[in-house]
Design a protein around this ligand. Structure first.
Ligand code: SAM
Length: 329
């Protein structure tokens, strides 16, 4: 799959559910309206679609959400997709999780061929964790991380940088992650979907975070590129890496190798744009994989050059109407 700008699409992110057991303030309103179950792709349909993408050249798959590990029987999907690593069709199967269910799934994830997991932890202060996630329990997440490491999973911590909330804690989060042999990636808040809070209040440019980190750490840029939005530095004092995802202050689209599938089978060719293709309708209309192939090819031919995230300060509106939990972060 090659898009009109010559980018090879090798990475599929799949949101397997929009439901979540947390209500992070920057991600969802507390009383979120979820999609009707009837609209949702079954695990078999998700498996079939993922299989089609793999056949068409996807080498890396990330399951996300919502919280992927709260979907009932989601391990069936992991097991089925994991088999494709064994056959050499897929290089990597990964997951992004809030960690609340990691403790009970860690061993099985390893058995399915998962080797790396991203866990979102915005603070190490239990009270602040509760404020940010509304419903989360930090001790359960930390226990989940511990279990995952013991099972042999490599962990990367995702931190959304929030002005006046975890801003001053970020150097400590870096020290903690690196001391536990985990990478850490800092993310700027992206203006996606209505939340209860004011976006402009939460927004903290990573350029400021980086400048503050530079007063405490010696950071060396690394040439590492994953085709994704992160830019990495190595911290000489800890030996660990920090990734920076800066959609608002830095454009990361030129090397984009990914597309995103929602749990209703909508394919989004860009996280920051509304254009999509309804693969569920195609999937349910025919058992013929050629029809699905053609719909995917047509969608890839519409992949835009880049996104247009802005925080609309005048109207205080999100730049993209759908929540991150729909397309997966
Ligand atoms: N539930 C899983 C988790 O917590 O990692 C996976 C889904 S979550 C939507 C994926 C990532 O997106 C998390 O690291 C989360 O913090 C981040 N995220 C959610 N909404 C965001 C926003 N508006 N701006 C930036 N990052 C966001």
């Amino acid at each position: 799959m090659i898009d009109p700008f010559g980018r090879r699409i090798t990475y599929l992110r799949v949101s397997v559910t929009d439901r979540c057991d947390f209500r992070c303030v920057y991600c969802m309103p507390e009383h979120m309206t979820f999609l009707p179950k009837a609209d949702v792709l079954s695990l078999e349909e998700l498996d079939r679609l993922c299989g089609t993408f793999i056949r068409k050249g996807v080498r890396k798959l990330r399951l996300t959400g919502g919280e992927p590990l709260v979907r009932r029987d989601v391990m069936k999907l992991f097991r089925s997709l994991g088999r494709r690593i064994g056959t050499g069709e897929l290089d990597e199967l990964t997951v992004t999780t809030n960690g609340s269910q990691l403790g009970r799934h860690a061993d099985e994830l390893i058995a399915c061929g998962v080797r790396r997991v991203n866990v979102s932890v915005d603070t190490l202060d239990a009270e602040r964790f509760r404020q940010i996630t509304r419903w989360g329990d930090l001790s359960k997440v930390l226990a989940g991380i511990d279990a995952a490491q013991k099972a042999g999973l490599k962990i990367k911590i995702n931190v959304v940088a929030l002005k006046d909330v975890n801003e001053r804690e970020i150097p400590d989060l870096v020290r903690w992650a690196h001391s536990c042999d985990m990478g850490i990636t800092l993310i700027e808040t992206m203006p996606m979907g209505e939340v209860d809070a004011d976006r402009t209040d939460q927004y903290l440019p990573l350029s400021l975070v980086k400048a503050n980190l530079a007063t405490q750490f010696t950071m060396e840029a690394t040439p590492e590129r994953t085709g994704g939005p992160a830019r990495y530095v190595r911290v000489l004092e800890t030996g660990g890496k920090i990734g920076f995802i800066t959609p608002l202050t830095h454009n990361f689209c030129e090397s984009c190798n990914r597309v995103r599938l929602t749990r209703t089978g909508m394919l989004y060719m860009c996280l920051g744009q509304e254009d999509s293709a309804d693969l569920r309708a195609v999937l349910r209309s025919s058992n013929d994989d050629a029809v699905v192939d053609a719909a995917i090819d047509e969608a890839i031919s519409r992949k835009p050059k880049g996104h247009y995230f802005i925080i609309d300060r005048r109207h205080n509106r999100p730049a993209v109407a759908r929540q991150m939990s729909l397309t997966g972060g």
